[in-house]
Write a protein that binds this ligand. Structure first.
Ligand SMILES: Nc1nc2c(c(=O)[nH]1)N[C@H]1C(S)=C(S)[C@@H](COP(=O)(O)O)O[C@H]1N2
Ligand SMILES: [Mo]
Length: 412
């Protein structure tokens, strides 16, 4: 399809960022060049690049609501993902396009001694500011590689990113409201809404022990700047080590419950984002689990970022291979690379850690001694003894992929 055909097919639209406003106007959709480089053909065919406000060109997954994937070569630029390159995911078509900070409030209600309704400035001054680097990865990241195929957005590996978050500790804010002793769960809601009453709202819950643990944060800044509008301006829940589905954007309501959350709007906890309730969180392809549970923490993963599938590398010359690894915060133990399709492995050198929830860079100098095809692989293990498997487990949602990735290259 040519650029012009794309322009005919796609409605002309553009978003302009103006403080807390996203205004819709004309399209900046162009054809994806080779830049996704994942070496896979998705059932949906070639995916165009699109430009939304505050963003560079990203891979279009859906436009309504915006669902954008980060082109994989971005991860070779830095272990911190740039704000304008960070992926975007929404579920509900009625997402905010303008948020006035004068009107904005974060409400904390329910099983608390003192309900709070805070402006962003009030939130910033109510408790001490904290900062943390953490990976936000969508549960469906890499779903497009599920075999056999599964329903859902056919994502490559770009539905993840790593940023420095600035905000306040959720625990500290909940303590200001005074959580009652019978509290069981905490519900989080953002400003986006369903279009139809039959569609559940996007609500997520954390058990009270998790909500009162040191890690979860309410963040207003990402890499030293206001949150990009599409990543949840003006406030976002950060749940370090947990999948991005818990990281509620445009956060407006926190409700403490003395019981487990249920009902229509509990859908995104009770039904969606579930995994088989067994040790591997997997089932035989094509089957369903008898019992499921909500997805939770990130498995250990690693990627080569300096080389894309299909690249040519020189023979008899030192080549620096580079990439990233991360887990749920247990800490990486080793990252090994194979250049012979998994027959032999070499330990890589890990760069300085930006914190246990961050991407960590690894490097390895290697010299290919033979021309022809080679298969590169990277495998990470963590302090809990988890190691990436050779073969991917299967689950009906295509969630939580973490198998060893292979990168075929040609040595010339
Ligand atoms: N308000 C709101 N928050 C949300 C969602 C949503 O649909 N609405 N989607 C969640 C999911 S499933 C993901 S993967 C992350 C994506 O975060 P990002 O768009 O900032 O990259 O946001 C989460 N927070
Ligand atoms: Mo997600």
């Amino acid at each position: 399809m040519t650029d012009n055909e794309h322009k005919l097919i796609l409605a002309r639209r553009r978003f302009i960022r103006n403080a807390g406003t996203l205004a819709l106007a004309a399209p900046l959709i162009s054809r994806a060049a080779q830049d996704t480089g994942e070496g896979v053909t998705f059932a949906g065919g070639e995916r165009p690049l699109v430009q939304f406000p505050g963003k560079r060109k990203l891979i279009l997954v859906h436009s309504r609501p915006p669902h954008l994937e980060t082109p994989f070569n971005t991860f070779n630029e830095s272990v911190i993902t740039a704000n304008d390159a960070f992926y975007v995911r929404y579920h509900l078509a009625n997402f905010p396009t303008t948020i006035d900070l004068a009107e904005y409030r974060l409400n904390i209600t329910g099983a608390v001694k003192k309900p709070l309704s805070l402006s962003l400035d009030e939130l910033k001054s109510i408790v001490e500011q904290v900062e943390l680097v953490a990976v936000n990865q969508c549960s469906g990241n890499s779903r497009g590689y599920s075999s056999p195929r599964v329903f859902g957005a056919q994502l490559s590996n770009g539905a993840m990113g790593n940023a420095r978050w600035t905000g306040v500790s959720l625990k500290a804010v909940l303590e200001k409201a005074g959580v009652l002793s019978d509290a069981k769960q905490v519900v989080f809601n953002g400003l986006d809404k369903p279009v139809l009453p039959t569609t559940p709202d996007f609500h997520k819950t954390l058990d009270i022990e998790h909500a009162l643990s040191p890690e979860p944060m309410l963040a207003w800044a990402m890499n030293g700047e206001d949150l990009p509008f599409l990543n949840g301006y003006p406030l976002k829940l950060i749940v370090p080590g947990y999948f991005g589905t818990y990281w509620v954007k445009h956060l407006s309501d926190i409700v403490v419950l003395d019981h487990a959350y249920e009902g229509h709007d509990a859908f995104f906890m009770s039904k969606a984002y579930h995994l088989p309730d067994n040790d591997c969180m997997c089932v035989a392809p094509g089957t369903a689990a008898d019992k499921t549970r909500p997805i939770s923490s990130l498995p250990v993963r690693s990627f080569i970022t300096s080389v894309m599938a299909g690249d040519q590398l020189p023979v008899n010359r030192s080549v620096e291979l580079k990439g990233i690894a991360f887990d749920s915060g247990e800490g990486l133990k080793s990252v090994d690379v194979s250049v012979d399709g998994g027959q032999t492995w070499k330990a890589t050198t890990l760069s300085e850690s930006l914190g246990r929830f961050s991407f960590r860079e690894w490097k390895l100098d290697t010299t290919f001694r033979q021309k022809g095809n080679a298969v590169l692989m990277v495998r990470a293990g963590n302090n809990k003894g988890e190691v990436q498997p050779v073969k991917a487990d299967w689950n009906p949602g295509g969630y939580r992929r973490h198998a060893i990735e292979t990168t075929p290259v040609t040595i010339v």
